[in-house]
Design a protein around this ligand. Sequence first.
Ligand code: UGB
Length: 586
Amino acid sequence: MLMEEQQEHLFAHWPEPGSDDEKKKCFFDQVEKLDASYPGGLRAYIHNARQLLADSKAGKNPFDGFTPSVPAGEFLSYGEDDFVKFEEAGVNEACYAVFVLVAGGLGERLGYSGIKLALPSETTTGTCFLQLYIESILALQEASYRKNKGNINLQIPLVIMTSDDTHSRTQELLESNAYFGMKSDQVHLLKQEKVACLQDNDARVALDPSDKYKIQTKPHGHGDVHAMLYSSGLLDQWQRLGRKWVLFFQDTNGLLFKAIPAALGVSATKDFHVNSLAVPRKAKEAIGGIAQLTHSDGRRMVINVEYNQLDPLLRATGHVHGDANNETGYSPFPGNINQLILKLGPYIEELSKTKGAITEFVNPKYKDSSKTSFKSSTRLECMMQDYPRTLSPSARVGFTVMDTWLAYAPVKNNPEDAAKVPKGNPYHSGTSGEMAIYRAHSKILRKVGVKVEDPRIGIFNGQEVEVWPRIVWSPKWAMTFSELKQKLSGSCQISQKSTFVINGANIYIESLLLDGALLVYSVDNSEVKLSARVKNDGWIFEPVNYKDNSLPEEIRIRGFAIKKIDQTILKYDQSGKYCVDFSNIN
Ligand code: UGB
């Protein structure tokens, strides 16, 4: 097969039989693996690559002939009536959901040597992303059980797509933490394989520069998740068990679950087959825009269009200003944050046609304008958000836009790159990701009437950020606006220098005056009614130099460490009812 596909260069350097035979066998083992893990095998991969490389050389735009327009979607504002209504609908529906986390990326841009799921989402409690995600799913499961009055008791499954780069460390993280409270059979790991690299426009497969008996491979992208789910058999299993929704999400967004219940409610209420979560996006901001594309031949799709394609496409179709802000100050094309909610039935129907194959692309870095040779090998890639590209125009594809402060704060960029981000644009760094969690919690509490003092400005790792009070609660304390309103009453006030941690399902704050650090913990079968007036020296941020190798990487990438000077800890570790009136202020 390789010879038929003009890949004889792979063997050109092979010595006579009898030399390096073991290595030659390993080569064919790898070929077999690459062949088995691509829909249609290695031959199909090479054919697809030839076509895409020819298109790329010819400068062909995949969206040629399409006209963009703004699709229909839902715009929600935290705490408003619609938001609350959709949140309630979402919690109701959550017991029919399954979650799929794509976590095969190593995060080279972040410059962190561990897996991103193990990174603390914030350092006040040290909760890592995977723990935050799992605890959020469990809290949603519990909330859905209560909402359905105990009639439906389904465990929400979690699938994690890993890769060779992340698989064993993800498994270890789960096992060494007792799956963060999930049942071990509730979690499924699917490992994606890499694809062969290509050395030229004829799609000749590249050998590994460090081993001439090995094909060089690189990740194929998060789009693999659809083919992996299809071949795993999980989709049919879920359908038999009455599941309805598949929610896809990424590895480092500490805010995502603030938006999930309402977005799921939108999917259920509007019967969306595909619902993309989005945030307001400034024109030309480096984030894909969600657009409806209509072709003169009748094809129509609602799809993420990368920002560098959207502006030229608009200009080519009569929009003289290209991608421009409208009267709201934002582009009419909302920004894709790559969290998708798919309706299971139509998803299975579509995958039975495509087997999960997703439209691929290639992005070679050419040596010069003749486009005849590459600076380094390339490979085909695919993205999970390209799933709607093959759907029929009648598919119900929409989006839900929420405020960025509520829904989106990924951790992707290393300190040096983040510090170079033009002013006003998001850093998407370890520093901004953590600060965004405090900001979101502070703003959410303000919406339920808590007086939270304004933030101060801080500079860490060369990034200017708002430093709000360090307010963190465990997902089981409150997932939704209504739950939050039940948990907080009376007069509550929190100063900027404060740290406030709440961990427990049934902690009711009846009044609060906080100027310092207060940590409240309770076991789930206890009920705590708390009035507290607390003042102490609290916890402070100490700036650190990210180049200081004596510090842990987790701290260096944020540019600060928390110094715990003083705190008040209220801990209820026995079941029972507690009515507490605590004060250390005279
Ligand atoms: N991932 C995999 O599981 N496998 C892979 O092969 C590659 C990645 P990145 P990216 O949030 O603003 C996405 O690298 O791809 C996982 C959207 O495409 O963090 O540059 C990986 O572990 C883009 O449209 O992001 O950009 C991680 O969980 C935009 O929405 C996830 O895939 C952008 O995210 C994303 O990988 C964004």
